[in-house]
Design a protein around this ligand. Structure first.
Ligand code: ADP
Ligand code: MG
Length: 618
């Protein structure tokens, strides 16, 4: 399906705009997009480098900012100027993190322990939102460089347990980085999407997503049905991850040497170097039986067996959390249909085996665990862009749905691109006294006049008891089910009379017909706006004529003959203007008539009130 981007605000056609998926991680971040050739999600990377961008920010003396691998190197030489794990600070106060303050080697301000934390670098202060925005800006620039096109729109993932404030903060960071954040998606949901889960509407599954990253561990239990993901429970530990494995290896090496933990504290550079060696060892042991290296002439050695012993308690902790998450979701292990592995640390064989043993089934680990969240975000982005055709047709209404109101105007109840299932109700009223019926005409399309749109159905709500115009309350409800079947109900709320019809699927338009309708709405946007303004002016004019007419009939005795003459002339002028296609003229005449009637309308109102106070009928 050829795609057309439409800017509804400006009514202009746009070139297809790319929407990227971003995994903004505690340790690593990355960007992914749907490859236009293969239609598969891919993580973006420059030649011969990793797709992962370490979530580390370095500020040099001149406050220049570097993000990524180079900044990670500065952890050793400039710990006070190098910020890592900023994601842990999002939406947090100093009190929230004070128990872990020693974790951060940079300066966190504590002068307002209740307020949101700030980080100090040199004489400058940065909020976690600022820091995240630096990472996002780097990702945006990388993506633009690789894709050779501006990138302004993104889907960003967050942990399932993030609260509203943390989600909002992530959005703000995106905005600061120059990104329009179209959606914030839960990391486990994105990971499931990357495995194709949830793309089939009929699928009903319970999914466990086990995410062991650099510094955090999350287990989320998700339920998917009708293409909607629901988080049943989350559990985990925000200070447990691959970094802890590295630290365990460091301690192991330190114990085997003459060094003490104190030496490590005294020599920050040495501490960082040995930690990086430890990470190398860990990664090496994911596919080898032993690791051997040296640092400053000292031998560094560790076998897989020793490593597994070291990390066993850590792995056990994650398994206990899995049990707790199941309990919270009121589920048994057997209820889990799919287990999805996320995060670099799930590459550790002991982790994989333990999780598989616990759930009693093989785990899904075929998608790169470092990239799986970003890949899923890219799929979500593609769905939002409307490129995923099957999903588009099933998941959202391709065209607006509405009814005809006075003057032949389209009143949209369910706008185009609304999620389905969906239901909306709106109240209308009659415009004639004693009107016993009301015609409901249902249309589909983007134009302002129903005559330019496609008529889907029409029916009459009859049997409304006689009431003055404006008094009946007719509620029209649109209920669009997941199959695209629209039910339209009209109900007069005072009397209870109602009528319902079913409108056959409105998804049966061909792609070309759909595109034509959308294009037409843009081509005619200006005309449509003018027409709508004219119709609205006419409707106002007609209504004013009717109410004035009624008022005069009832209150003629209170008006002077001059007022009568002026009113009658003004009404004629308005009547005449209605036959001409000039909305400004109509408005002038409406105002003129209002001007003339206001003094006596007020006078009569006062008389009525005074009479009522005396207990007399006027
Ligand atoms: P986060 O989601 O916290 O940003 P990631 O999912 O990128 O983190 O995971 C980063 C962690 O994964 C680091 O601790 C890294 O050392 C670890 N890691 C990466 N590759 C491997 C591997 N092959 N074996 C073991 N651990 C790995
Ligand atoms: Mg992650």
């Amino acid at each position: 399906m050829a795609k057309i981007g439409i800017n509804i605000a400006t009514g202009s056609l746009q070139k297809e705009e790319i929407i990227v998926g971003i995994d903004l991680g505690t340790t690593n971040s990355l960007v992914a997009v749907i490859h236009p050739g293969t239609n598969q999600p891919v993580a973006l990377k420059e030649h011969n480098s990793s797709s992962l961008v370490p979530s580390v920010i370095y500020f040099d003396e001149n406050r220049n900012i570097t993000v990524g691998e180079e900044a990670r190197g500065k952890l050793i030489t400039a710990p006070q100027h190098t910020i890592f794990s900023a994601k842990r600070l999002i939406g947090k106060s100093f009190n929230d993190i004070k128990n872990n303050a020693s974790f951060f080697s940079y300066k966190i301000i504590d002068d307002d322990p209740e307020g949101l934390v700030k980080v100090q670098v040199g004489d400058k202060f940065y909020s976690p939102v600022d820091l995240s925005s630096f990472i996002l800006k780097e990702l945006k620039q990388r993506a633009e460089h690789i894709l050779k096109t501006p990138v302004n729109k993104a889907v960003i993932t967050v942990p399932a347990y993030f609260n509203d404030a943390q989600r909002q903060a992530t959005r703000d960071a995106g905005r600061l980085a120059g990104l329009n954040v179209l959606r914030i998606v839960n990391e486990p949901t994105a990971a499931s999407l990357a495995y194709g889960l949830g793309l089939d509407k009929t699928e009903e599954k319970t999914i466990a997503v086990y995410d062991l990253g650099g510094g955090t561990f999350d287990i989320s239990i998700l339920r998917i049905s009708n293409g909607i993901f629901e988080v049943l429970s989350t559990n985990g530990d925000t200070y447990l991850g691959g970094d802890d494995m590295d630290n365990l290896i460091v301690s192991y090496w330190i114990q085997g040497s003459g060094l003490s933990k104190e030496d490590l504290k005294l020599n920050a550079a040495f501490a960082q170097s040995i930690r990086l060696k430890a990470e190398l060892a860990k990664i090496h042991l994911s596919v080898n039986e032993s690791f051997e290296d040296e640092l400053n002439g000292d031998k560094l050695l560790i076998t897989k067996l020793s490593f597994n012993e070291l990390i066993q308690p850590l792995v056990d902790k994650t398994i206990a959390a899995c049990g707790a998450a199941l309990k919270d979701a009121a589920l048994k292990k057997e209820d889990i249909d799919v287990v999805v592995m996320v995060g670099g640390s799930t590459r550790v064989p002991l982790v994989k085996e333990s999780v598989s043993n616990f759930f009693g089934k093989p785990v899904n680990d075929t998608v790169n665990p470092d990239e799986v969240v970003a890949l899923g975000a890219a799929i979500q982005a593609d769905i939002l862009a409307g490129n995923n055709k099957d999903f588009l047709l099933l998941d959202i209404t391709p065209l607006s749905l509405g009814i005809e109101t006075m003057g032949g105007l389209m009143d949209v109840l369910i706008p185009r691109n609304s999620k389905i299932p969906n239901s909306v109700a709106r109240q209308y009223t009659t415009h004639k006294d004693g009107q016993g019926g009301i015609k409901i005409s249902v249309y589909q399309g983007e134009r302002d006049m129903v005559s330019d749109n496609r008529k889907l159905a029409e029916f009459n709500l009859t049997g409304i008891p006689g009431m003055p115009a404006g008094l009946p309350k007719v509620e029209v409800s649109f209920m669009l089910n997941a199959d695209g079947i629209l039910m339209v109900k009209a109900k007069e709320l005072r009397s209870g009379v109602e009528q319902t019809i079913e409108v056959k699927s409105q998804l049966d338009l061909t792609d070309q017909a759909l595109e034509k309708m959308l294009l037409d709405s843009i081509t005619h946007a200006k005309d449509d706006m003018d027409t709508r303004a004219l119709v609205e002016a006419r409707t106002t004019g007609e209504q004013l004529l009717a109410t004035t007419e009624k008022f005069i009939q009832k209150n003629a005795v209170y008006l002077t003959s001059e007022e009568m003459m002026q009113t009658s002339a003004s009404m004629q002028a308005l009547q005449l203007s209605l036959t001409m296609g000039d909305k400004d003229l109509i408005q002038t005449k409406v105002e003129a008539l209002n001007e003339i009637s206001r003094p006596y309308a007020e006078r009569v109102m006062n008389l009525v009130v005074a009479a009522a106070m005396k207990g007399k009928e006027v």
